[in-house]
Write a protein that binds this ligand. Sequence first.
Ligand SMILES: Nc1ncnc2c1ncn2[C@@H]1O[C@H](COP(=O)(O)OP(=O)(O)OP(=O)(O)O)[C@@H](O)[C@H]1O
Length: 361
Amino acid sequence: MNAKDFVEIDGSYLEGGGQALRNALSLSCILGKPVRVVKIRANRPNPGLSIQNMHGLDLLRDITNADVVGNVLCSTRVEFTPHTILDNTYRVETCTAASITLIYQMALPVLLFAGHSSRLIVTGGTNVAFAPPVEYMQQVLLPNLKHFGAGFDLKVQNYGFYPRGRGNCQLDVQPVAKLNAGQFIDFGRINLISGVAFCAGCLPINIAIDMKKTAQREIHRLWPEQECTIETVKHSRERAQDNGAGITITANTTAGVVLGASALGKKRIDGYVLGSKASCQLTEFIRKEICVDDYMQDQLIIYMALAVGRSRMRTGRLTKHTRTAIHVAEKLTGVKFDVAAEPGGQTLVTCEGLGQLNKML
Ligand SMILES: Nc1ncnc2c1ncn2[C@@H]1O[C@H](COP(=O)(O)OP(=O)(O)OP(=O)(O)O)[C@@H](O)[C@H]1O
């Protein structure tokens, strides 16, 4: 491969985390364009490929039978030349608490452009810091992806937490002929707030109950009449071997908006603090009447770039993650994102997508 045949992505740009690498590699596979990612995760305390990135990279190599240079731990430079997208059952065993959802974040868009359905079984962490909790993927990403005509089925066999992981999930993906343009413009009215507060291992169910009560109190303080159902769960030993606790809550509106917020227990777990953190985040999104929450923003950019037609999302201030995702998508697809600040403090992001068709169908 000639040096000039690679599209080069600077992994230190803006956020400088793993997301630039994930988006660059996913787009490389879908578009069939070789990429070179340099200065990988330059702004992280431990730069270069993380274990999670390595597993994701190897997975995409297997899915597209790609030629890869630089797929070793801590590598700051990778060259990736994809071939055809192959549907199959893929297994990834991270043997750590590497985020399962971030590995899915990388592979999901690619498998949507396969010829048949695929299954992706991954072991690692289901609820770990700096990554979407598995409940967020099920309750927030899935309904948001439906706006693009895409979907998946995600089953959690085991929950896994830092440091040992040992979670296990199965993702089933049906391919699409194309992605529709996503419209996230009208807020509508809140019709349901719901969620799940969990604990596992030696942690008592009271922690989950504290999370639930605090979150409900915060919601009812602002909207006394609002229905807010939060399930409390203590995962059995069969389904979660280690200690862990967290809460994910979502708000659904009459216009089909789904916003999510979460909190994850770390060393000293206080159910009141976690419940308050997640509910304050969610109420902030609701008060701003945004249609895409702060975490979903960056995760939707790749779908907007590939869709047929003009996608629109009304969101809050753009995060660095989102601006990074836009930069990578523009560089690889050639599409242009328009970002406009709105008087109410919201931001309108629009993009005429590339109109990528699934060549395998
Ligand atoms: N609490 C959360 N809820 C939903 N999504 C989250 C949450 N925390 C992080 N994310 C998402 O996880 C991704 C994290 O990307 P980032 O580039 O920061 O990865 P990273 O921390 O560098 O990890 P790595 O380098 O190991 O890939 C982003 O898509 C972000 O929106």
